[in-house]
Ligand binder design. Structure first.
Ligand SMILES: CC(C)(COP(=O)(O)OP(=O)(O)OC[C@H]1O[C@@H](n2cnc3c(N)ncnc32)[C@H](O)[C@@H]1OP(=O)(O)O)[C@@H](O)C(=O)NCCC(=O)NCCS
Length: 185
C-alpha cells in the first residue's frame, strides 16, 4: 500500500509537545537520560532549540504525526550538522528508513552540508543496523562509558557520513520514491 511521508518543522505548541514527550518517554531505554520528561521541560528545550537554530521535525505518515527526527548543532561555517532525536511511534514502525533518507537528502542536497553525524548507545542494534548497515555511515568513535543509565555505564558510538559518500549511494534507495513527500521548513 502506498503512503506518503512528510517532515514538517516541529512547533512549540501543546500538540507537538505531547507527541515528542510521548515518543521520548516510551523510548527512554534509547535516550541518554533515565527520567521521563515533562511537557514543560520539552517546551523549554524547544525554546533553546529555536534560539540555537536547530531544525527539529515531526514525521508525518499521510498527515498523521507519528515520529521525530531533526538537525541539532548545525555548524554552517564547517558545513556540518548533528542529527538525531529519532523516534517512530511503535504503531508506525517501518517508516524510519524513509524519514532518514529524506533527512539525509535535506542535509546534503538541499542544504549542501559536507558532513553529518549522530550518536547512539552502543547497545542500540536497530540504530547500528540502520547507520552502518543501511545508510553507509562510518563508525568513527566509541565514547567509552559516556553515559550512565540506572547506575550502569554505557558506551556511545559516533557515526559519520560525508556528502560525497551519500551522493554515491543514495541511488540505491530509489525504491523509496513513491513514499517521499516534502520537507516543510
Ligand atoms: C530507530 C527508529 C526511529 C527506526 O524507525 P523504524 O520505523 O523502526 O525503522 P525501519 O523499520 O525503517 O528500519 C529499522 C531497521 O532496523 C532493523 N532492526 C529492527 N530491530 C533490530 C534489532 N534488534 N537488531 C538489528 N536490526 C534491527 C529492521 O529490520 C530494519 O532494517 P531492514 O529494513 O533492513 O529490515 C525506531 O526503531 C525507534 O523509534 N526506535 C526507538 C528509539 C531509538 O532507538 N531512537 C534512536 C535513538 S539514538
Amino acid at each position: 500500500m502506498t503512503f506518503r511521508i512528510d517532515l514538517r518543522l516541529m512547533r512549540n505548541d501543546i500538540h507537538d509537545s505531547r507527541l515528542a514527550v510521548k515518543l521520548i518517554n516510551s523510548n527512554l531505554d534509547w535516550f541518554f537520560f533515565d527520567e521521563p520528561i515533562t511537557i514543560t521541560q520539552h517546551q523549554e528545550f524547544m525554546e533553546r532549540s529555536i534560539t540555537r537554530g536547530d531544525k527539529p521535525f515531526v514525521i508525518e505518515k499521510n498527515g498523521i504525526s507519528c515520529g521525530t527526527i531533526g538537525l541539532y548543532a548545525i555548524d554552517k561555517k564547517s558545513a556540518s550538522t548533528q542529527w538525531g532525536h529519532f523516534t517512530i511511534d511503535s504503531q508506525h514502525q517501518g517508516i524510519g528508513t524513509i524519514a532518514e533518507y529524506m533527512l539525509l537528502d535535506y542535509i546534503f542536497l538541499e542544504n549542501k552540508f559536507d558532513y553529518t553525524y549522530c550518536h547512539t548507545l552502543a547497545t542500540n542494534q536497530t540504530m547500528i543496523h540502520l547507520q552502518e548497515g543501511k545508510f553507509g555511515f562510518t563508525r568513527e568513535a566509541t565514547l567509552a562509558k559516556h553515559v550512565i543509565k540506572k547506575g550502569q555505564h554505557f558506551d556511545v558510538f559516533k557515526f559519520g557520513l560525508t556528502s560525497i559518500k551519500w551522493t554515491k549511494q543514495r541511488q540505491k534507495f530509489s525504491g523509496l520514491t513513491p513514499f517521499i513527500g516534502k520537507v516543510k521548513t
